[in-house]
Design a protein around this ligand. Structure first.
Ligand SMILES: Cc1cc2nc3c(=O)[nH]c(=O)nc-3n(C[C@H](O)[C@H](O)[C@H](O)COP(=O)(O)OP(=O)(O)OC[C@H]3O[C@@H](n4cnc5c(N)ncnc54)[C@H](O)[C@@H]3O)c2cc1C
Length: 491
């Protein structure tokens, strides 16, 4: 029983999708200089899972399936299955050192989470529930790479979404017996250039009257009228793998998706003109929890990688044994440990919803709120350890082959622990992780991938057990009163 391979994934992307970059239509994302390495990195995830020695760790057979698929599609029924699934996701994240946030397991987590709350869709309408169940089954059996766009372009944040000018936000402009017609934009389809399909929804609050915006659906990336407007490609601007080892290979891309009168068949429509259901599909099901749980799993890998980079910097410049530096490394390691501990905690204190076992909702939101502040601080701590060494680097790998420059480089890039070449190699990787344009996008990602700060803290507020916390305070206050204060204490 085989499973999806990288070659199969690459082949599936040659589907005539409409991707624009630098004012031009991209012929083939799998060969274009702006995308091909990221596509190859995504493909390598499937090759990894297909290797005989990894197949049990990474894949399972879905119910009624004939082919093994990635464990990201597995709906855990108990704690052990949740941990088993997490180990597969963590292993995938290690292949990009946590730098591919929207690897195929992210949106798979979102949609299986929604499936685990199918009762919510059934209340909305049996036909819509059937559409979602059939779609999740189809995506699972084919081990599809999904992306999603669930957020609207900012435009004028002082106005409600329905009041934005010129049909900005993707909305229903027509419907008939075959389905809906959608027009307008959504942001920010990370990985959409290399995904098979896009899940389109509305996570941000809608109010009654905004029913035209209140839909969700899924579409193949080559659907007629679906235009993908890529941001600047960091991969295209990477000098070489030696100079930019991360951005040259793991630039998963982000894009504005514009729906130019796109037809959506009814069997792909999951929410139809229901503003509250747009919220419920994420929050009354485990969908939102599962998508963000994937993000914490990935971050546990990335934070450990950053701590590893920090230690290597100190080896490169000979500071490891300085007490203040050790203290800083210890603080960094403690933060990475905290990310891992929060992950273990939300799993261990999870609970059942029907047949399924879910991570603890509040601990997940607590981890999200804490880590979106933590990431920029981690980056700063790593910068602090490095000083100017990250900047005093050869302009590119080509400097080494200039016979006049090579001896100077060997002399000036000296390190107590590494050869000059290895030191430069390391520091280029550090800069790509914490200082390059790619790195800066990563800080923006970690701060915003699931909403701005007020959104993350809002989820934490909403899901915290206030009655237990306030109850303890009431308990204390009930143990004494003014009348009982001894006279001597008031004099
Ligand atoms: C790198 C990256 C990749 C992404 N990938 C995806 C993706 O694949 N799919 C997807 O759907 N989305 C994606 N997103 C979008 C992401 O979900 C949004 O950026 C996030 O939800 C925040 O929304 P926003 O950008 O509209 O910011 P806003 O909500 O507009 O917030 C920006 C700032 O405005 C202020 N602000 C705005 N509104 C308020 C308010 N009501 N009260 C107080 N302050 C306010 C705050 O200072 C806030 O920090 C991605 C974002 C980034 C940065």
């Amino acid at each position: 029983m085989q499973c999806k391979t990288g070659a199969e994934h690459i082949e599936s992307l040659k589907d005539g999708r409409t991707v624009y970059l630098d004012g031009k239509l991209v012929d083939d994302v799998t060969t274009h200089v702006a995308f091909r390495n990221a596509v190859a990195s995504a493909a390598s995830l499937y090759d990894y899972q297909a290797r005989p020695e990894n197949i049990e760790l990474m894949t399972f057979v879905p119910e009624g399936g004939t082919r093994r698929v990635n464990r990201c599609w597995q709906m855990p029924r108990n704690y052990d299955e949740l941990v088993q699934r997490r180990k597969a996701l963590q292993t995938w994240a290690q292949l990009s050192y946590g730098f591919m946030g929207r690897s195929p397991d992210h949106v798979a987590s979102a949609v299986i989470g929604q499936y685990m709350g199918l009762d919510v869709f059934t209340k909305h309408g049996p036909a819509r529930a059937k559409a979602l169940a059939d779609y999740v089954d189809y995506a699972t059996r084919n081990d599809l790479f999904l992306t999603y766009v669930i957020v609207n372009p900012q435009a004028d944040r002082s106005k409600d979404w329905g009041d934005q000018a010129e049909e900005l936000v993707a909305q229903i402009v027509d419907e008939d017996s075959t389905g809906l017609t959608i027009r307008g934009a959504k942001m920010l389809g990370t990985s959409s250039i290399m995904a098979n399909e896009v899940f389109v929804a509305n996570l941000q609050p809608l109010k009654p009257g905004e029913e035209a915006l209140a839909f969700s659906c899924a579409l193949p990336m080559n659907t007629t009228g679906l235009r993908v407007l890529s941001r600047k490609s960091y991969e295209a601007h990477a000098v070489s793998i030696y100079d930019n080892p991360l951005s040259a290979r793991f630039d998963e891309n982000d894009a504005l998706l514009y729906f130019d009168d796109v037809k959506v068949p009814w069997e792909r429509v999951f929410v139809h003109r229901d503003t509250d259901m747009c919220r419920a599909q994420f929050h009354d099901t485990p969908g939102h929890v599962f998508q963000n749980y994937q993000a914490q799993i990935r971050l546990s890998v990335k934070s450990k990688f950053l701590v590893g980079l920090a230690h290597k910097i100190t080896e490169a410049i000979g500071t490891t044994n300085m007490p203040q530096v050790r203290e800083q490394l210890g603080a960094l390691a403690a933060n990475a440990g905290m990310v891992e501990a929060m992950l273990s905690g939300m799993e261990a204190s999870g609970s059942k919803r029907g047949a399924y076992y879910l991570p603890n909702r509040h601990l997940l939101y607590a981890a999200h709120a804490v880590t979106q502040d933590l990431y920029p601080r981690l980056i700063n701590l790593v910068r602090d350890l490095a000083g100017g060494s990250l900047i005093m680097l050869p302009s590119s790998f080509r400097d080494w082959s200039n016979p006049e420059l090579a001896p100077i480089l060997h002399k000036t890039q000296r390190s107590p622990n590494f050869s000059s070449r290895d030191k430069v190699k390391l520091l280029k990787a550090v800069w790509d992780a914490i200082g390059s344009e790619f790195a800066s996008r990563h800080t923006q990602y970690e701060m915003f991938y699931a909403g701005a700060r007020f959104v993350a803290t809002g989820h934490s507020y909403r899901t915290f057990d206030w009655s237990a916390a306030r109850g303890m305070v009431d308990n204390l206050l009930s143990t004494y009163d003014l009348e009982e204060v001894p006279k001597s204490a008031t004099e």
